[in-house]
Structures are given as C-alpha cells and as structure tokens.
Design a protein around this ligand. Structure first.
Ligand code: NAG
Ligand code: NAG
Ligand code: NAG
Ligand code: NAG
Length: 386
C-alpha cells in the first residue's frame, strides 16, 4: 500500500520540476558541445604538428648546412652562451621595439641569435640590424600569426625544443628568450650561466614569493646548461610535444617537479617578472619585465604604447628618450596602467580567470600539492573558451 502513495509523489515532483530537468539536460548538452569542440581543436592541432613535424625535426636541423654554419659562428664569436629568439614576419614590429630597447644595454646584442622563420623576417632584420646574428630556418607551416593553443603554436614549441636538443648535443649551453619583454638592465650582467648548483634556470609564473604558482615555469626566458641530463629532458619534451596537446611549459613544469635530474632552478622575481608586476605595488623592479599581456601581436604593441613601452618612432628610428623614461618609471614604481581608460582585454580576462581557478585548485590541502605537477599539463584542455 505504501508504494502506491510514494510513486505518484515522485512523478509529481519530477513533473513539476520539468524546468529543472530541462536546465539539467541543457547544462550537460552544453558541456558536451564544449568537450566536442575542445577535442576537435586538440585533434586538429596534433594533426597539424604531425603533418609539419619533418620541417622542424631534430635530424633536419642537425643535417643542415645552416646549422653547421651556426656552430662555427658560435664557436668563433660567442665566448658566453648565446640567446635565441624566434620570429616570423608577424612579430617584426615587436622585435624592432625589443631591439631598440636592448641596443641601449652594453653588449646585449652580441649575445643574440635570431631564428627567422620566413624571408621577410630575415631580410628586414638584416637590413635594419645588420650586426644581429641570424639563423634562418624557413618553415612554411609557421608563415602566419600565431594564436595560443593552435597547431602552429605547437609546431613552434617543437622547433624550439628540437633546436635546444641540437645545441645540447653539441654541448652548447644557451638562453632561449622572447622579444615581448622590456629589459631594464641586461640579465647577462648577473652571470646565471656560472652558477653550477643547477642545470637549468627558468623564469617563473605567479606574483611574488607567496604565490602558489611560484616555481612554475613561465617559459619566456630560460637558460639551459648542456649536459646528459638536460639532453634527456629535451628528448622527452620533443617526444611529448609531437603527440600531446599540451603547452611546452606544462611539460617542463611536470618534468621539473617530478624528476630528480636535471636540477631546475627559478630566476628570482627581482630579475624576471611577468606583466603582473605592473599590477602589483611596483616595488623591486625586475631586470626583465615580460609584457605578455595580450595574445595578439598587433594589439600587443598598441597596448605597450599605452603603458609607455613602445619605442619606435614613426620614421623607424629608436626613441632612446622614451626607453630611458620607461626605465626610470619602473625604478620609481610609477608605470601607469590605465585600467579605467582601456578595459582589460578579453584575452587578459581569460588568463586572469584561469589563474584564479588554478590558484584555487592548488590551495586545496593535500590534493592541491598532489595536483601541482599535473595541472599545467592539462592547460589547453581546461581552457574551454579558447
Ligand atoms: C653522458 O652520456 C655519454 C653517452 O651516453 C656517456 O659516454 C658519458 O659518460 C655521459 N657523461 C656523464 C657525465 O655522465
Ligand atoms: C634579488 O633578491 C635576492 C634576495 O633578496 C638578492 O639576494 C639578490 O641580490 C637580488 N638580485 C638583484 C639582481 O637585485
Ligand atoms: C608594423 O608597423 C608598421 C608601421 O608602424 C605598420 O604599417 C604595420 O602594419 C605593422 N605590422 C604589423 C604586423 O602589425
Ligand atoms: C619617476 O619617474 C618619472 C618619469 O621619468 C619622473 O618624472 C619622476 O620625477 C620620477 N619620480 C621620482 C620620485 O624619482
């Protein structure tokens, strides 16, 4: 008898809550769509890397006359480890800005090697900055503006990793750097290369020593000492990049956090800091301030202009006055971030949101600590909006 009463009640409840049900199904439908879209992006990115991996492979670099020539030049003209920068024609304006900036720092340009991915980039740099050493590596699959988490982005990571590997195998220690950085002083003055207590040193994410993301590789500026351990590190990195849909820094974080060797170290915040420094109290100005607050190269430069970090005059010459002023504004902590005039971009809002989620997950006792090395690996997958 009891059952009779219960069953209609349940039906009633379900019936009256059909809106709840609709909501419930809609939610999972949406999650399903996002997951499908995500998988499709992941598959196409991995497919893109697979199709184009020959042009950026280790063997193609090692067997090329261009690399042979590079080794000779490094031997001859680089008493200290070289610093590599990658660019295609879409990064030229950013690169020009960076070269104006670093031209004010004694000897910095002598340490640079620019890896140009297309002829426009090579010829423009050669014309404008003839003293800059170029390693030309034409890569048709990279002749386009990059967007985060795309196939071309993955391919450039693979090229970077394979180039690193080719250098390590020749026992050449090196810096790998990015042009979207303002140099207040030269990081080469600090001689990180001579400290033998680590095999590799990376810039770190996060916003200070209390940040949960400290000791997470940021990936814009890092130094690698060539030895067997770092060779193994990059062999595994290249293998993983060729098959996994994950950012290279995710793999680096994972390997540094879970392997005993090579010994990873992190550049302190008073030497390299991400754009988050501008939104901090602006004390302890870093030597290098990474300005990676925008995902798009074109708008990035405009954004830098607003913060006073755009130094190229309309006629193409460098504005040294502006560079000096940017340095002193960093030193006295008065870099203006006009949040009211220019709303934070969609790209930056997304990143901020993901950092909040990340910090929240890391903050969970025990579980957070366990999750630490793995979370970054899932970076692309978790970013559902990209
Ligand atoms: C590095 O590896 C090579 C080849 O595997 C080996 O001959 C050499 O002894 C190793 N060096 C060190 C310092 O372990
Ligand atoms: C950065 O801070 C550390 C620790 O406070 C200090 O030892 C080091 O000299 C500082 N480095 C620079 C370049 O200011
Ligand atoms: C680079 O700057 C020049 C001159 O300011 C401009 O005409 C060109 O469109 C810019 N290129 C890119 C890719 O932003
Ligand atoms: C900070 O830098 C600005 C820009 O160069 C300058 O005008 C200002 O006087 C500086 N303030 C201090 C306290 O040095």
């Amino acid at each position: 008898m009891k059952n009779r009463n219960v069953i209609p009640n349940i039906l009633d409840v379900i019936f009256f809550n059909r809106y709840t049900l609709i909501l419930f199904y809609s939610f999972w439908f949406l999650v399903g769509i996002l997951a499908l879209r995500k998988s499709q992006n992941a598959l196409s990115a991995v497919q893109y890397v697979k199709t184009n991996s020959d042009s950026v492979s280790l063997s193609s670099i090692e067997s090329s006359p261009e690399f042979e020539k590079l080794l000779e030049i490094l031997e001859e003209k680089y008493p200290r480890p070289p610093a590599f920068f990658l660019l295609n024609q879409f990064a030229l304006n950013m690169t020009d800005n960076f070269l104006c900036n670093t031209a004010t720092l004694e000897g910095a340009h002598d340490r640079f090697v620019f890896v140009t991915l297309d002829e426009v980039a090579r010829d423009t740099i050669r014309r404008r900055w003839p003293e800059i050493q170029i390693f030309h590596w034409p890569t048709p699959s990279l002749y386009k503006p990059f967007s985060f988490a795309e196939g071309a982005y993955q391919t450039i990571y693979l090229l970077r990793s394979n180039l690193a590997l080719a250098l390590i195998k020749k026992r050449i220690s090196f810096w790998m750097m990015q042009q979207d950085t303002f140099w207040r002083k030269s990081i080469f003055d600090l001689n990180f290369e001579d400290d033998m207590s680590y095999d590799a040193i990376f810039d770190q994410l996060g916003d200070g020593d209390n940040s949960l993301r400290k000791e997470w590789v940021n990936g814009a500026n890092w130094f690698i000492r060539a030895n067997n351990d770092t060779q193994f590190f990059f062999e595994r990195l290249s293998e993983k990049l060729a098959y996994w849909y994950t950012p290279d820094v995710g793999i680096m974080i994972h390997q540094c956090n879970t392997w005993n060797k090579p010994k990873c170290a992190y550049i302190p915040y008073n030497v390299t800091y991400s754009w988050e420094w501008m939104f901090s109290d602006q004390s302890n100005p870093p030597y290098l301030l990474q300005l990676d607050c925008e995902t798009n190269g074109g708008t990035k430069l405009m954004q830098l202009g607003r913060y006073g970090f755009h130094f190229v005059n309309p006629d193409g010459t460098c504005n040294n006055q502006k560079i000096a002023s940017a340095k002193s504004r960093m030193e006295n902590g008065t870099v203006e971030v006009q949040m009211t005039k220019t709303l934070p971009s969609w790209g930056r809002l997304q990143f901020k949101l993901y950092w909040y989620i990340t910090e929240y997950l890391l903050w969970i006792p025990v579980f957070g600590e366990y999750l630490r090395p793995y979370l970054a690996l899932a970076g692309f997958i978790l970013m559902i909006t990209i």
